[in-house]
Write a protein of this length. Structure first.
Length: 86
C-alpha cells in the first residue's frame, strides 16, 4: 500500500495533480478525436492515457518507449508518420 500524501488536495481516495503541459498539434488532435469517439472530456482521455503509461512503467520499469531499430509510427487518422531512432 502506498503512503498517504501530506499534500492531498481532495477529500476522497483520489487526489488531483494539475500539470500544465503542451502537445504537438497532431497529438492534440488525436486526444480530441479519442475524446469525441468515447464521449469523454479531453482531460479524461489524458488521465486514462497517463494511467495506461503508468501501468506499462510498472511492468517494465522504463519511463519511455525503446525500440531495437529505427521504427516508423503512424498516427491513425493522419497521413503523418514519425521516425523513431534507437
Amino acid at each position: 500500500m502506498m503512503a498517504e500524501s501530506n499534500r492531498k488536495k481532495s477529500k476522497g481516495p483520489d487526489f488531483r495533480v494539475y500539470v500544465g503541459t503542451s502537445f504537438p498539434h497532431r497529438v492534440f488532435c488525436e486526444i480530441e478525436r479519442l475524446a469525441e469517439e468515447r464521449e469523454l472530456a479531453a482531460a479524461q482521455v489524458v488521465r486514462e492515457l497517463f494511467l495506461r503509461g503508468l501501468a506499462a512503467y510498472q511492468r517494465d520499469g522504463k519511463l519511455s518507449e525503446s525500440f531495437e531499430d529505427n521504427t516508423n509510427l503512424a498516427i491513425p487518422g493522419t497521413a503523418e508518420a514519425v521516425e523513431i531512432a534507437a
